[in-house]
Design a protein around this ligand. Structure first.
Ligand SMILES: Cc1ncc(COP(=O)(O)O)c(C=O)c1O
Length: 437
């Protein structure tokens, strides 16, 4: 072609014209949508690291290649499937091999027997969470979730739901108080819970789960009698294999079997197999709901790639390989969380305003720095920047998880740091805190 290319940039709004163009072009939903504050902080931190600063990056809920790798079986089976030409569209609800493996795993590990029609596979947990919101909740209906929690505010925005946020306290490890939840549930269409939790690193106990499940079952009996729309529970268990000590992961259906009628489970390989970039997640729940989430998937096409689906099926079926991997993966995460918690407790014992919650699961530690208002640190962002610039410690505030009540609390995520990096940052942290005391 000899003609010079059309420079399309001249057709796009620039500078001050962008805001006016947005009003004329974007939907109301898109105009109100906020990007992830967590990622915004994380990108700033990565830019700082690129400039050569020594930073222990506790910001993203992800894993660094240098620290954690996916199971070798996933790599091998994905490559083999690619080489064998498994490169076409997968079925909208996932390849049968994977759906069967998911059903078998739920029976083996959770004691729950689901039919194949209950399962829908997607590209990670996100599209299935979105699908559950989209298929259960109409605009203007109420969705209840605790704060802090991950991304619910944004999903609510996308479907036009009304958020009913239930505050939590460090006294209950940031898990919701059952009475507070129950006070918010009348009239709600959806409750969203996650255990082990992001950002908290803590877990729901069986007694709490039983009370919540029994409440939902009784509430729905009343709704059915009155001909009202029902209350559902989305139970996000993407961290379920990452638990420490004697604590057991509990499920609503395991504790209250009648909850099967009202529960949508969401799961993924992202965290338990350090496979955030491979994009395989799934849901299971009542088949009539799964059917519509599948229908949504046919339109948005948020499928997991076929080679990864086939590889995940083979991994889930290989119990010994999974156990070996998980023991190693969990050991690495636990060692980091323990080193961090032990170091922070030393600072607390020295009289510094530091506090943390014992790690129970996931890849997170909840930490309090009571520094706002000290040494000229006027707000949370000033504290964040002080820790980043003076201690080389990058963390995310609970406010990025919809929590404006638990002031001074931060999420430390340990997937991208080594134990040595943790140990090296603790003296810097001590110094930075002392500077403002
Ligand atoms: C609680 C929780 N659920 C779901 C997700 C998203 O998982 P995926 O990457 O599989 O979409 C995350 C990611 O951070 C998470 O923390």
């Amino acid at each position: 072609m000899s003609r010079s290319p059309v420079d399309v940039r001249s057709f796009f709004p620039q500078g001050d014209a962008v805001a006016a163009a947005e009003a004329l072009s974007l939907s109301q939903m898109a105009r109100g949508m906020q990007g992830s504050k967590i990622l915004q902080i994380a990108y700033d931190v990565q830019a700082r690291i690129k400039e050569g600063h020594d930073v222990a990056d506790f910001t993203v809920g992800d894993f660094a290649r240098s620290e954690f790798r996916v199971p070798e079986a996933l790599v091998e089976h994905t490559s083999a499937a690619l080489r064998d030409g498994h490169t076409n569209y997968p079925p909208a609800d996932g390849v049968p091999e994977l759906r069967r493996a998911i059903v078998a795993q739920a029976e083996r590990e959770l004691g729950l027997k689901y039919p194949l029609e209950s399962v829908v596979v997607g590209s990670g947990a996100r599209p299935l969470l979105y699908g559950a919101y989209r298929c259960l909740v109409d605009a203007g209906e109420k969705v209840v979730y605790p704060a802090p929690s991950w991304n619910n505010k944004n999903f609510c925005h996308q479907v036009g739901a009304v958020s009913a946020v239930v505050p939590t306290t460090p006294g209950s490890n940031f898990m919701p108080d059952v009475q507070a939840l129950e006070a918010a549930l009348p009239g709600a269409r959806l409750l969203v819970l996650c255990s082990p939790g992001n950002p908290t690193g803590t877990m729901i106990r069986e007694a709490q789960m039983r009370e919540i499940g029994e409440y939902i079952v009784a509430d729905n009996a009343g709704r059915k009698a009155r001909g009202e729309r029902l209350l559902y529970l989305v139970y996000d268990q993407v961290y379920r294999n990452l638990t420490f000590g004697d604590l057991q992961h509990v499920t609503p259906v395991g504790v209250v079997p009648e909850m099967a009628e009202y529960t949508i489970f969401v799961d993924a390989i992202s965290k338990c197999f350090a496979a955030t970039g491979l994009r395989v997640g799934w849901m299971y729940g009542p088949p009539h709901i799964a059917k519509q989430i599948k229908a949504l998937m046919t339109h948005v096409g948020a499928w997991a790639p076929r080679p990864e689906q086939l590889a995940t099926a083979r991994l889930l079926e290989d119990e010994p390989a999974m156990k070996t991997y998980l023991a190693h993966h969990l050991g690495g995460i636990h060692a980091r969380l323990d080193a961090l918690a032990a170091g922070l407790r030393e600072l607390q014992a020295e009289g510094l305003p530091v506090q943390c919650i014992d790690p129970e699961g996931a890849i997170y530690l909840s930490v309090k720095f009571d520094l706002e208002g000290k040494g000229g640190l006027k707000d949370e962002d000033a504290v964040r920047l002080h820790l980043l610039e003076k201690a080389g410690v990058a963390v995310v505030p609970f406010s990025a998880f919809g929590d404006n009540k638990n002031k001074g609390w931060w999420r430390f995520s340990v997937g991208a740091v080594s134990v040595a990096q943790i140990q090296a940052c603790l003296p810097r942290l001590r110094e930075a805190i002392r500077q403002v005391m």
